[in-house]
Design a protein around this ligand. Structure first.
Ligand code: SF4
Ligand code: SF4
Length: 476
């Protein structure tokens, strides 16, 4: 398979309303696929794309909502592409339309059912969801079921497991949600990532997807990335094509007068970490970090049911195990890629926006009498060190002084100057020895991953971004 194309649909609405979802908060508009099929055929011609691709259909909302999506999927499958579609699994008519395709086309289709337990229960759609899964299982299409791990469902894990075994003969895969409010894209939970992982592991879902995600969550990629050549992102409405999620606009994919520029991201990833690592690493778009066990995309998606069926069927299994073509560049080609990437504007975060958003949230919590100390008690941290003694570090210190959390020391590169201003505080330099403490809270948000790497090179003490603390406390 040549490459992975993420096709972002302009759906922008959903028939469900999960409490953790932003779709209904920012937009609520059902857009159909406007591009006529003959143009889709030309744009996705395998000759133009260099071969058959894995096309992932997703959206801000439920991608199957537009009536004409099945026609588009059929058109792409008929051209020889493999199609993945993410769905909440409740639109029976649309799913049945896919199941009515000829057998050869069904073999090219993979449905990712996202399992929104609470919302399905609330809307009395659990039976519809499971029936659709069982119908896909009986067909030639492949499937997976993925549940986003939420704090609220920790107490219902046994109920969910029994329900899934009874209805679909196996457990769903489990994924770790990220908090989109955080620049550092930390875990969406009132628990720290470490505690969140431990608690969900303890629930016994035995999911390879979860295991791989846990090992790569928050891992910044500082080596050459082949997104842009082994992968592209395309907006179905505007044609806007980028190398990856957080990279710059390259060209209009639907402008057929131009050849596609396959330009790898290389060393220019602007994302704080590779947040789709659980897909992009197993399929071979970007290398798995050293020391992390590699999984194939098949193993993070498949399950074998109690009656002996694999969710991922043989044709799709071959594609998933083979991954995307491993196009490799020489060192001199990589140099040219760097030069070309440097010609595009870099998407930098606005530090003030990031800090103001955090402060507004913190203030709102204070007005509700939510205390930050609670976050530390809940997570079992009784002593902290604060890294960075700027505005955020000082605010954190003030608030923790009102709690029983012990601030053992502060780390700042201006320690000498600060010691003169504030006598009686233990302030050390980043080069000094870090004494034992339950957790180090890193307050320079934009530099979090750099600072964390410094801490990890010096000691085994757990680290947290101040964003994890503030937004995590907001979820309690
Ligand atoms: S099913 Fe997905 S898109 Fe729809 S409300 Fe839930 S999380 Fe949002
Ligand atoms: S997010 Fe991951 S796949 Fe995308 S550019 Fe960054 S490292 Fe590459």
């Amino acid at each position: 398979m040549k490459r992975w194309i993420n096709l972002h649909m302009p759906t922008n609405t959903c028939n469900l309303n999960c409490h953790y979802c932003y779709v209904h908060k920012v937009t609520n508009k059902l857009n159909q696929v406007e591009l006529p099929l003959y143009k889709i055929k030309k744009a996705f011609d395998p000759e133009r794309l260099g071969g058959y691709c894995l096309i992932n259909i997703c959206s801000n909302g439920e991608p199957l909502m537009p009536e004409n999506v099945p026609d588009m999927i059929q058109c792409l499958a008929e051209m020889g592409h493999y199609i993945m579609i993410l769905s909440n699994g409740t639109l029976t008519e649309r799913i049945n339309a896919l199941l009515s395709f000829p057998e050869e086309l069904q073999k090219r289709i993979f449905i990712k059912f996202s399992f929104h337990y609470e919302e399905l229960k609330r809307k009395k759609l659990l039976d519809v969801f499971f029936e659709n899964i069982n119908n896909v299982k009986k067909s030639d299409c492949s499937l997976t079921v993925e549940m986003v791990a939420c704090d609220e469902w920790l107490g219902e894990a046994e109920t969910i497991k029994h329900l899934c075994i009874e209805k679909i003969g196996t457990l769903p895969h489990v994924n770790i949600p990220r908090d989109e409010r955080q620049y550092t894209l930390g875990v969406l939970s009132k628990y720290s990532l470490k505690n969140f992982i431990l608690m969900w592991k303890d629930k016994g879902f035995e999911s390879e997807l979860f295991d791989f995600r846990a090992q790569t969550f928050g891992k910044h990629v500082d080596y050459f990335c082949y997104a842009g050549i082994r992968y592209i992102w395309v907006n179905m409405k505007t044609g806007s094509m980028t190398q990856c999620y957080h990279t710059t606009y390259i060209q209009n994919f639907f402008d057929l007068s131009k050849d596609i520029e396959w330009l790898p991201v290389g060393n220019h990833c602007c994302s704080p970490w590779c947040y789709t690592s659980y897909a992009f690493m197993p399929i071979g778009i970007v290398a798995t970090p050293e020391g992390v066990k590699n999984y194939s995309y098949f193993s993070v998606r498949n399950r074998r049911t109690q009656d002996g069926y694999d969710w991922v069927k043989p044709a799709m299994r071959r594609v998933f195990e083979e991954g995307v073509e491993q196009i490799e560049l020489t060192d001199s080609e990589k140099g040219m890629v760097d030069e070309r990437n440097a010609q595009f504007p870099v998407r930098k975060p606005d530090r003030n926006v990031v800090i103001n958003r955090l402060l507004a949230n913190w203030l709102a919590q204070k007005m509700q009498y939510k205390r930050i100390g609670q976050y530390f008690y809940r997570n079992g941290y009784h002593s902290v060190a604060i890294y960075g003694y700027g505005q955020l570090g000082r605010l954190l210190e003030n608030e923790l002084r009102e709690s029983e959390i012990e601030i053992k020391y502060i780390i700042d590169r201006d320690a000498v100057q600060i010691r003169k201003e504030c006598s009686g505080k233990r302030i050390i330099m980043p080069d000094d020895e870090f004494r034992d403490v339950d957790v180090i809270v890193i307050t320079p948000i934009i530099d979090f991953y750099k600072v964390r790497a410094i801490c990890e090179s010096k000691c085994n003490i757990e680290t947290l971004s101040i964003e994890n603390v503030i937004y995590g406390n907001d979820l309690s």
